[in-house]
Design a protein around this ligand. Structure first.
Ligand SMILES: [Zn+2]
Length: 351
């Protein structure tokens, strides 16, 4: 959808409709949303600015970026997009991970996908796999993919997990020499969840993070001056302090949810959108983020804060529209991406 159509889109009504406080259910690993009853397609609001993305520096380092297979999961369409073409459709989607190499020798794995030994997930998830309400397929996990790409897992220096949903945390102990980063608030999610919920019904448990706690480095709080505005985003963390890889505050899907902006060449960026949305039809504006009812009548959404998630999608749309061919956006569960882009999987690269 381009500019001529944008003007025909309805104005956003997000936040204008209030609904009853939804109950927190357990039918899904995703928290019940603070969701409006009526939800709309996310229209564009392009605010042209004099600054966009930071230009290349004179000796700008670039990241060599590759994709990694990290398992598959089945997504019921009706839980993600509205309108959905087929309420009965359940799609097999990849859970993509990525491999970043900085010229300084750092090997970084972004997201860990789904773990092969799923019986070691929190019990609430294991029960659902056994009961057939959750379906996954992990023939090849992220470690297998690193090895298949010719890299020794012991040589992975850094792991960044976009958020602590099970399909991104994989087996957190697989790269023992790596610093392990999560977004601000992720560890608090585990701490608070343990305190307030029945441990047997708790999705956010220690199983999701490394046993060796000395490896874990949560990124600084968003109140820190290390987070700075970048393009359409209000908070970006320059991971290598050289403009090659930024982590972006993507609050909305889950507390601590972050995205990655990778500089892969002169004025060339890839935006790792993680779970900012799950289907490209949301990014295109064809569909809205779904709010659905479970069998107990509870309102559910895959995002913990749907208004914030919708606002973040609009920022990604702005990034796409202003970046044009210089910015590519990849969703963590984009249907068919793994088939279409085989040449980009390690040892292949995006360029
Ligand atoms: Zn998620």
């Amino acid at each position: 959808m381009r500019s001529a159509e944008i003007e025909q889109m309805p104005q956003p009504m997000i936040g204008q409709v209030t609904g009853p406080t939804p109950e927190v259910g357990d039918a899904n690993p995703f928290k019940t949303a603070n969701a409006p009853q009526n939800h709309i397609r996310i229209s564009r609001s392009i605010n042209m600015s004099t600054s966009f993305l930071p230009p290349d520096s004179p000796n700008q380092p670039y990241i060599t970026l590759s994709a990694l297979d990290a398992g598959y999961l089945w997504l019921p369409e009706r839980e993600f997009v509205d309108p959905c073409k087929d309420p009965e459709a359940i799609h097999k989607a990849p859970s993509l991970a990525f491999f970043l190499v900085h010229p300084n020798g750092t090997n970084l794995v972004y997201d860990l996908g789904i773990r092969k030994d799923w019986e070691n997930y929190p019990p609430v998830f294991v029960e659902r796999v056994r009961g057939g309400t959750r379906r996954i397929d992990v023939t090849k996990d992220v470690r297998d993919s690193v090895v298949a790409g010719g890299v020794d897992p012991d040589d992975v220096n850094v792991v960044v997990v976009s958020h602590i949903h099970y399909d991104h945390t994989g087996n957190p102990n697989q790269f023992p020499n790596a610093k392990y980063h999560v977004g601000p608030g992720s560890l608090e999610l585990i701490e608070e969840s343990v305190k307030t919920e029945d441990p047997q019904e708790n999705w956010f448990r220690d199983e999701l993070i490394p046993d060796n706690k000395a490896r874990i480095h949560q990124l600084p709080p968003y109140s820190s001056s290390e987070w700075k505005p970048l393009g359409p985003f209000s908070k970006a963390f320059d991971y290598f302090s050289d403009g090659s890889f930024y982590l972006i505050d993507s609050t909305g899907h889950l507390p601590g949810h972050i995205n990655g902006l990778v500089r892969i060449g002169p004025n060339r960026f890839v935006y790792l959108a993680s779970d900012s949305c799950h289907f490209t039809s949301i990014l295109s504006g064809e569909c809205a983020i779904a709010i659905w009812n479970d069998d107990k009548g509870n309102q559910k959404c895959v995002h913990s804060d749907v208004k914030a998630a919708e606002a973040h999608v609009r920022r990604i749309q702005e990034l796409r529209d202003r970046g044009g061919e210089n910015v590519e956006i990849v969703l963590a569960h984009e249907l068919g991406w793994d088939v279409k882009h085989r040449a980009r999987f390690l040892p292949g690269t995006f360029l």
